[in-house]
Every structure is written in C-alpha cells, then in structure tokens.
Design a protein around this ligand. Structure first.
Ligand code: B1M
Length: 214
C-alpha cells in the first residue's frame, strides 16, 4: 500500500494519493510511516528525476500538490489536540525560497509536540522572523531552506535575532543544510527531518543551549 501511495505521488495523482493515505490510515498504518516511507520517499524520487532532467517543473508541481493533500490528511494524526502549548515557534521558508512542503511538515510536528506555531510562510525576511517572534513572544524560530542559493540567507536571521536582543533560539533545516553550516552561522540547532526538529525544539525550550536533531 505504501508503494502504491509513492507511485501515485510520483505520477502526480492527488486523488489517488489521498485515497491511498485514507485507506492506509483505515487499516491502522501509522501516520509517520505513511509520511516518511510513502510521501517523503516519493518526493525524494521526484527530486532525483528532476535533477536528471527526466521530468520538469509542471510534474514536480503536480507531485508537490499530491504530497500536500496527502500530508493534510495525516495532520490530525500527527498533531496533539487540546493540549496547553509548551511554547511558541515562528516558522518560515527563508527569503528567496518558495519550497514549503518540508516547512509545513516541521509545523505539523511542532504542533504535535505541543507548540503553538506561527507560520510566516515562504520567502520570509530576517526582520519578519524577528518581528513575529517579538510579537508572539516565541522561544523558537524555525527556518527552512531548500536551495543552496538561499540557505546563505539564514545567517541574516541569526544576526537579526542577536541584534534585536530577543531570546528566541534559531533552528534550521532543509535538504542542503548541514550541522557544519549551522555551526558556521551560529544557529542554536540543526535537524535533518521534521520529527527531530520538534524534538530539538523541545530540548532547547527545556534549557539546552545548542542542539542537534536526532
Ligand atoms: Co525545487 N529544487 N526548485 N521545486 N524542488 C529542489 C530543492 C532541488 C534539490 C531539485 C533538484 O535539482 N534535484 C533543486 C535545488 C538545487 C540546489 O539548490 N542545489 C531545486 C530547484 C533548482 C528549483 C528551482 C530553481 C527550479 C527552477 O525553477 N528551475 C525552483 C526554485 C524556486 C524558488 O524557491 N525560488 C524550484 C521550484 C520548485 C517547485 C515550485 C516546482 C516545487 C516546490 C513546491 C512547494 O514546495 N510548494 C519544487 C520541489 C517540490 C522540489 C523537490 C523535488 C522536492 C522538495 C520537497 O518538497 N521535498 C526538491 C528535490 C529534493 O529535495 N529532493 C527540489 C519533500 C520535503 C518533505 O522534503 O523540504 O527537504 P524537504 O524537508 C525535509 C527535510 O529537509 C527537513 O524536514 C523534511 C522531512 O521531514 N526540513 C527541516 C525541511 N525544513 C526544515 C526545517 C527544520 C528542520 C528540518 O528546522 C526549522
């Protein structure tokens, strides 16, 4: 069934993906398994095909739409309901970058871990992250980047947070981002996936000063 979801996603068939996800949930499959082995792996294959020039932007967009609709169905299963928020997190995709699927997953996982999430959207400037963090008294600022050309803009967020003197901790992630890059720009943490980003945020809120998502 997971293979079928992946295949439908690769073909960009959103209704099939939604039906597959619904069926998998009905049969008792875990939401994280469906997300990671079905939807995320499918998008990974799309990325490979795009890189090799086997498919083009329209097909990637169709797959992205299918991914979003499938993930939307999983959201209630990933998010804890009716719990008092542990803290507030502002999340967004860095300026110049419009990839938002990973960022949206991070948002879902943070909500699942009990955070109140303020989603600043895509193409978010450093000043906007700071302004929202101040306004909402956020303890975490989560920044996503998918392009090697935009990840460099993450440094400005760290610098703006320091300059503003706010207490929020900056965590970063996205396909090209690494722990070494995190250390280089002085962000408080990096994590390779959405689930570990939420765990990292929890540890930072609990008092850890710097961390790595595991
Ligand atoms: Co784009 N794109 N894209 N794209 N796209 C990539 C990123 C690329 C690697 C494809 C490739 O060549 N193989 C490549 C970047 C190359 C590079 O920089 N070295 C690329 C390119 C080149 C481009 C354009 C320039 C193409 C063009 O126009 N010629 C263009 C740029 C537009 C822009 O942003 N200014 C572009 C456009 C697009 C679409 C609009 C068509 C679409 C985005 C749709 C959308 O997001 N709404 C798209 C897509 C879908 C992709 C790929 C295929 C898939 C990305 C994705 O959603 N993955 C991608 C290839 C790839 O990554 N394999 C590609 C699924 C998602 C769940 O994973 O976002 O990595 P990801 O999130 C992961 C982790 O990274 C992590 O958690 C998630 C998993 O749990 N994570 C965090 C993410 N953020 C985090 C934050 C954290 C912690 C963890 O803490 C805060």
């Amino acid at each position: 069934m997971i293979a079928q979801i992946r295949e439908s996603l690769i073909r960009g068939r959103a209704p099939e993906v939604v039906a597959g996800v619904a069926q998998a949930l009905q049969q008792g499959m875990g939401a994280e398994e469906i997300l990671n082995d079905g939807l995320c792996q499918g998008m990974g294959i799309i990325g490979e095909k795009f890189k090799k020039g086997e498919i083009f932007v329209p097909q990637v967009l169709l797959a992205a739409r299918a991914m979003k609709q499938g993930a939307e169905l999983l959201k209630p299963h990933l998010v804890a309901a009716g719990v008092e928020p542990v803290a507030t997190a502002v999340i967004g995709t860095i300026t110049g970058d419009l990839h938002d699927i990973g960022k949206n997953l991070v948002g879902m996982m943070l909500e699942g871990a009990g955070f109140k999430v303020i989603d600043a959207g895509i193409g978010v400037k450093a000043e906007t992250f700071v302004q929202l963090a101040r306004e909402h008294r956020a303890q975490i600022i989560g920044v996503s980047a998918l392009l090697t050309t935009t990840m460099v803009n993450m440094r400005a967020v760290v610098e703006a947070v320091r300059a503003a003197g706010i207490a929020a901790k900056v965590i970063i992630g996205g396909a090209p981002v690494t722990q070494a890059f995190c250390d280089e720009i002085g962000a408080e943490g990096y994590s390779p996936d959405a689930a570990s980003a939420a765990q990292l945020a929890l540890r930072l809120v609990a008092g850890e000063t710097r961390g790595v998502g595991r």
